[in-house]
Write a protein that binds this ligand. Structure first.
Ligand code: FES
Length: 108
């Protein structure tokens, strides 16, 4: 199963096995990682699943997956950066094994 490393704003790091086909938001929420909220359950309606994809991985995750994701990224509580994504829109694949995402200081 692919692993995803979640690095909180305070530096705390969590390596989580996330099933292929699951999204990065659920990988955090189901494992109690507090830096991702996922209030809308992945419906592109909250932006509380904001993350920063590690620079080593942006080439593989790509940018926002839809115009809706791009639009919703305007609603994040923390600064939006070029590597910003909504983690509910990043689907884990075998190619993303080892993915690293950084969590913002706040989601509200
Ligand atoms: S969980 Fe709400 S937009 Fe991602």
């Amino acid at each position: 199963m692919p692993s995803v490393t979640y690095i909180e704003a305070n530096g705390a790091s969590h390596v989580i096995d996330v099933p292929i086909g699951e999204n990065v938001m659920h990988g955090a929420v189901y494992n109690g990682i507090e830096g991702i909220i996922g209030e809308c359950g992945g419906g592109l309606a909250c932006a509380t699943c904001h993350c920063y994809v590690d620079a080593a991985w942006t080439g593989r995750t790509g940018g926002p997956s839809s115009q809706d994701e791009t639009d919703m990224l305007e609603s994040t509580a923390a600064e939006v950066r070029p590597e910003s994504r909504l983690s509910c829109q990043i689907v884990v694949t075998a190619e993303l094994d080892g993915l690293i995402v950084h969590l913002p200081e706040k989601q509200f």
